[in-house]
Design a binder for this molecule. Structure first.
Ligand code: HEC
Length: 111
């Protein structure tokens, strides 16, 4: 079923049907980017999130994912194509990265 969906995806997104809009596509990609969903760490809209609190050598520490709704495209692209501490490695295409970027930075949306 999942694979069928992937096969149909280009048709749904780029075909002549308006079954799913570009922003719906991006919202789905954000939550299911062929790996753990971005929202689990960065929050529903990329506002950043506290992932865990822990003690290290008796000191209270916290592990946070930064906000990613105010990042320059170059850093965004770079972050998704490099090894980041605490963040899984994704293998997203240029188009997918652009879709995610626009989803998190709707002010740049092409009209
Ligand atoms: C397991 C938690 C986790 C998940 C899931 C995750 N990230 Fe991250 N991400 C992080 C952490 C932690 C950092 C900070 C890494 C650092 O400072 O080196 C980060 C950094 C980033 C940055 C760099 C921010 C900056 O200011 O330079 C971007 C962009 C980013 N993540 C985007 C994403 C996107 C898009 C997804 C989904 C495809 C995602 N992340 C999924 C934890 C996560």
């Amino acid at each position: 079923m999942y694979y069928l969906f992937l096969l149909l995806f280009p048709v749904l997104v780029f075909g002549n049907s308006d079954f799913i809009t570009a922003s719906e596509y991006a919202a789905q990609l954000y939550k299911n980017p062929r790996g753990i969903g971005c929202q689990l760490c960065h929050g529903e809209h990329g506002e950043g999130k506290l992932i865990a609190k822990y003690k290290h050598k008796g000191k209270q520490r916290s592990f946070r994912a930064p906000r990613i709704d105010n990042v320059a495209f170059a850093s965004f692209f770079e972050a998704l194509n490099s090894r980041k501490n605490g963040m899984p490695r994704y293998y997203l295409t240029q188009e997918e990265i652009e879709a995610l970027y626009l989803y998190l930075h709707p002010q740049y949306e092409k009209r």
